[in-house]
Write a protein that binds this ligand. Sequence first.
Ligand SMILES: *Cc1c(COP(=O)(O)O)cnc(C)c1O
Ligand SMILES: [Zn+2]
Length: 395
Amino acid sequence: MIELDYDNITSTAFQLRCTACGDIHNIDSKHKLCSCGKVLFADYDLEKAKDTLDKSSFHKRRYDIWRMAEIMPVFDNKYRFTLGEGWTPVVKINNLGEMLGLKNLYLKDESFNPTGSFKSRGLCAAVSRAVELGINDFVIPTAGNAGAALAAYAARTKSKAHVFMPEDTPPFIVREIKALGADARLVDGIITDAGKIAKEEAEKEDWFDVSTLKEPYRVEGKKTMGLELAEQFSWSLPDVIVYPTGGGTGIIGMWKAFDELEQLGFIDSQRPRMISVQSSTCAPIVKAFKEGKDHAEFWEDAHTIAAGLRVPSAIADYLILQTIRDSKGTAIAVDDLTIKIAMNQLAKEEGIMLSPEAAATVASLDLLIDDGDITKEEKVVIFGTGSGLTTPEEW
Ligand SMILES: *Cc1c(COP(=O)(O)O)cnc(C)c1O
Ligand SMILES: [Zn+2]
């Protein structure tokens, strides 16, 4: 295999910028949120990135999230840790496509990632950059998948992971998190309750909080889904992306990727319509979108079998809503029974057993076609965010 010497490739990240107030922060600081309480993004010098990042070098590049290292947040190659995350397949799912009358239906199958979900992309980036900055004690609240991913990368980097999760987290994931050497704590409540306790403990113990979008680098890891999609579709993006949305890191990250790729000259200004799918029993983003609001209200009594979508309040709600609107997309809710049917359908029709969150995208297609939000000829990509193997037994 021909490989580029990544020792000679450095990140072109040069500042952190607040997505709300625009304040600029030092790229080398251990920043979490902006002082205004909103989300920070890393900015890259894309003109400089062009010096080495050109299409002719791609056949020599790594097949993990560090493939386009110039526009990733780690500077020194020895901190580009990997467990083989990223570069997941895009599969054309013809059988389901035919049943639905969609001629170009694709699935990006994220179940191939370490620990069985796309959470490994974000945690790989966040942990790697934090370790480069000298941090090695991490804390995370999780519905399961993010905790498993953090535990894996903490083990890989010889760091410590403290994982706070709801008592009803699937036993398989709890075992996995413990097996990976993390300090696993079960919390009475749901992810927002776990988040509160995690935050308190983090402040008391001086642990670094890698909650969704509370630090700027998980979104950089999720951005790689957008980078890959562009390359896998020969630098011409699909018409529609259907994404199961919890905290929204993926939808926001991909949108950031597309902007950067356009500035690099890799793609034109054409963008997919971004469609956000939630569970009808926890749909704060769908509600806010329909009501034309810029922020989402807290969703009371959130419950759904799609644990990754059980996020009653997302810190980046304003960015998710802005992305959906800028892309001329939409947001849609599906109920748990429909998700369950779709999960079985995907498994039996296509031979791919995915998690309920992933199945929610399949479940939404009928409704989206009926509403005229997608049409027969369009290239539609659904995101299979996690493996069905970590789903609780009653499935
Ligand atoms: C976390 C998670 C989601 C939601 O992802 P966000 O990018 O935070 O919205 C969807 N599916 C699975 C399997 C997850 O673990
Ligand atoms: Zn700010």
